[in-house]
Structures are given as C-alpha cells and as structure tokens.
Design a binder for this molecule. Structure first.
Ligand SMILES: Nc1ncnc2c1ncn2[C@@H]1O[C@H](COP(=O)(O)OP(=O)(O)OP(=O)(O)O)[C@@H](O)[C@H]1O
Length: 239
C-alpha cells in the first residue's frame, strides 16, 4: 500500500447534497481526503456523519454533487457485522478472492490467530472489533472508513484497539476517516479533525502533536476547546 503521497487525494467531494424527503442532511459539502491522512469526523448526533460515510463507501448512490473516490474502500462499522454462520476466518475471506494465507496474516496482525476457528458469537466485543478490522485490512483499502468502531468497547479495550489502529495505519498507510463522538479520541488519533454541522464541514483543524499523544499536550488542550465550541458545547461547563 502506498505511503503518504503529498498532494495526492483518495477522495474528492464537491457540492455533495443528500436529503431524506424534506430533511436536507448534507448540503453542498466539500471535502478532500489526502492519501494516507488520518482524519477524525466529529458532529452532533444526526448531523450526517454516517450519511457522508455511506456516500463515500458507495453504499448510498442517491446523492447529488461530485464524489470521486480513487482506489479501494473498506468500512468497519460500530457493530462488527460478522456473519454468525461463518467462523472468524470465513468472515475475513467472505466475498473475497484473496488466498486464505492473506486472511491469516490479517488475523495475526490484529492478534486473533488463536481465534480463527471461533464462531463470532463467542467473541468478546474487543475481539469482534479486531476481527472486523482484519476483514477491512485484508482488502488493502486506500481509504478505510471507520464508523464509531470503538464506541461499544470498555475503556481498557478501547485503549488497546486505538493502539492497534495506529499501528496498522502506520504499517499500511491507508487514508482513514474515523467517525467518533469523542473529541479526545479524535485528538489522540487523527492528523486532521473535522466537524460536520449544518450539512457541511464547519471546522477543519490539523493536529501536529507527535504520537504517542497525551491529553495534557498544550496543542491538544487548545484544539479541544475549539472543537467543543464548534460542537456547541462550552469547554469548561461555562455557558
Ligand atoms: N434512511 C433514512 N431515512 C430517513 N432519514 C434518515 C435515514 N438515514 C438517516 N436519516 C436522517 O438523517 C440525519 C443524519 O443521520 P446520520 O445517521 O447520518 O447522522 P449521524 O451524524 O451519523 O448521527 P449519530 O451521531 O447519532 O450516529 C438524521 O436526522 C437521520 O434521522
């Protein structure tokens, strides 16, 4: 997979508009996603984050505007969506021509080698989420779309899956678009944090702090306050 290529985009969105009946969810939205970028997408509930992801994934074609995605796309959802009648390994290769060795490599990368013959219903939440990441990885995406993949995990599992996602990103360098509700998660992981509001990208910040990042990094403290304001939340509980 390509390393980060400056100036090369994997997705280019211009004037994207999506309405459900009278409700306009995305309104003339513009967004460029660069090769290898790690982007977090924040926004209030119902602001259209999943709608944008579905459009980028090609799962919703009833949109207007220009949407060009170059290269392959893989999606991992909030609930891992493994099919219960296939074992873990079978889930990784589902609908794919790739040799089984590739699926095993992906399982090894997410630390699930021991569980390849397990049934999905016997996996813990963290294991299921890792299996879901392996299924996305084996497709070697140029753009990896993550729709709140960590939100159902307990705090400790979440930290280890964060670590894993950063390692996988550093190794494979797909562009990542991570939808999250968690400002700190966005700041710890991403190079760029977007806020979706009123159907558009209302806020776009670069995060330059080196990784591993700590919450008390001054850049992150400033950005956290800006992002909370952009989300309509007062940072210190003041109104
Ligand atoms: N299939 C659908 N039919 C009708 N309305 C829909 C449909 N899908 C989404 N919507 C509406 O579009 C708006 C945006 O939904 P979306 O799921 O994209 O928001 P979101 O930002 O991802 O929200 P959350 O953070 O709560 O997951 C919401 O008002 C939702 O009710």
């Amino acid at each position: 997979m390509a390393a980060r290529l400056p100036g090369v985009t994997v997705a280019s969105v211009r004037g994207l508009t999506k309405a459900f009946g009278e409700r306009v969810v995305l309104e003339s939205l513009d967004l460029e996603i660069g090769s290898g970028e790690f982007i977090a997408l924040l926004g209030r509930s119902g602001s259209g984050k999943s709608t944008l992801l579905r459009a980028l994934a090609g799962l919703d074609r009833e949109v207007s505007g220009e949407l060009a995605v170059t290269g392959s796309v893989a999606v991992a959802f909030q609930e891992p969506r493994l099919v219960p009648w296939k074992r873990v390994l079978g889930n990784i290769t589902l609908g794919l021509d790739a040799p089984v060795e590739r699926a095993r490599e992906a399982l090894a990368e997410v630390g699930l080698t021991e569980r390849e013959q397990a049934w999905p219903l016997t996996l813990s939440g963290g294991e299921a989420q890792r299996a879901s990441l392996a299924r996305a990885l084996v497709r070697e995406p140029d753009l990896l779309l993550l729709d709140e993949p960590f939100s159902a995990l307990d705090a400790l599992t979440r930290i280890s899956v964060h670590q894993l996602v950063l390692e996988l990103w550093a190794r494979h360098r797909p562009a990542v678009l991570l939808v999250t509700h968690d400002v700190d998660e966005a700041l710890l992981l991403a190079d760029r944090v977007l806020v979706l509001d009123e159907g558009r990208i209302a806020h776009d910040s670069a995060v330059t702090a080196p990784r591993p990042r700590h919450r008390d990094n001054p850049e992150l403290i400033t950005l956290r306050a800006d992002l909370l304001t952009a989300l309509g939340v007062s940072p210190e509980g003041r109104s």
